[in-house]
Write a protein that binds this ligand. Structure first.
Ligand code: ATR
Length: 294
């Protein structure tokens, strides 16, 4: 029995995903492929946690010597009080998706946003000095606003069906970043945006997600003419209606598969202290698309 043997043995380290539900996750594919290819004696398993059991789950994972945990819906904020430490970016975003075993407890990170940043960089979507529209004002939209502000975006317009929510998120993010960079508006107010520039729009609502693939948060072609890029955080379907409408008006469109990939890669790097070669990330990207049938 060897420590670097890739079969499960007495040295195998365990990581897992807590959430509710977890049955449709693609994370085991990402992490178990990474472990196999990187010759790391590590397994990654889904861990379905029922409502009300998050504290026990984190304490239990610590007691069972788990190396790392991913956290998904609906526990990304609920998990925070049970951490020993929290990374400043995750604290600013208010959501943790990765727990790393350290010292006397778990340290919480957010790898969703660094994952989005790595994906946007790969896709050639610039942030610094650029103007953005974020669609939606939920947890994902708020996190994107924090990321874009931290990466020196010029101006961010956060558009939402419920404008009060957009304004509240904008206020919070402006307070965190110390700049009046985010403006919250009603979803249909895009005709008020300065027209001298073209925008990158980040679609951060759940509208258009499988199985509701024929829905989109905004239909008006005039909105899509304002964009040079449409970035949808949704990864199923592979081409959303939002992406289709963006492309119909001549914009570049991207889905959320690369963000999904890189949030996993970054979590794996945090757990193992390794650097995943880009060629391996690209191989896993192809496997993810195959698993999704896209
Ligand atoms: P998460 O926290 O996972 O990002 P969420 O809190 O469910 O997601 O937020 C979903 C976002 O999508 C919200 O901004 C919601 O708008 P409201 O704040 O007005 O509820 C937006 N959304 C959901 N369904 C929508 C629809 N049919 N049309 C427009 N916006 C919608």
């Amino acid at each position: 029995m060897k420590k670097d043997d890739c079969r499960i043995n007495g040295y195998t380290r365990t990581c897992g995903l807590i959430g509710n539900p977890v049955e449709h996750t693609l994370s085991p594919l990402i992490h178990n492929t990474l472990a196999g290819q990187m010759k790391e004696n590590l397994v990654y398993v889904p861990l379905h946690v029922q409502a009300g059991n998050v504290k026990e789950a984190v304490e239990g994972a610590w007691a069972l010597n788990l190396l790392g945990i991913n956290v998904t819906v609906p526990y990304k904020s609920e998990v925070i009080p049970y951490l020993k430490e929290i990374d400043p970016l995750a604290a600013g975003i208010g959501a943790v998706n990765t727990l790393v075993r350290s010292g006397s407890g778990f340290k919480g990170y957010n790898t969703d946003m660094p994952g989005l940043l790595r994906a946007m960089t790969y896709d050639g979507v610039r942030i610094a000095g650029e103007n953005f529209i974020i669609l939606g004002a939920g947890g994902a939209a708020r996190a994107v606003a924090v990321l874009l502000a931290s990466q020196k975006a010029a101006q961010i317009y956060l558009l939402n069906r419920t404008p009060e929510k957009a304004q509240a998120v904008a206020e919070e993010v402006n307070k965190i970043t110390g700049r009046r960079i985010v403006e919250g508006m009603m979803l249909t107010e895009y005709d008020r945006l300065p027209g001298r520039t073209k925008y990158t729009a980040i679609q951060a609502s759940s509208v258009g997600m499988f199985p509701d693939v024929d829905t989109v948060i905004l239909e008006d072609p005039a909105f899509y003419r304002m964009l040079h890029t449409g970035y949808d955080l949704i990864f199923n379907p592979g081409i959303t209606k939002f992406m289709r409408l963006t492309m119909e008006q001549g914009g570049n469109a991207f889905n959320g598969v690369r963000m999904l990939l890189y949030q996993g890669v970054i979590a794996y790097e945090l757990w193992t202290g390794t650097e995943v070669p880009e060629a391996l990330s690209l191989k896993i990207y192809e496997e993810l698309k195959e698993a999704m049938g896209i």
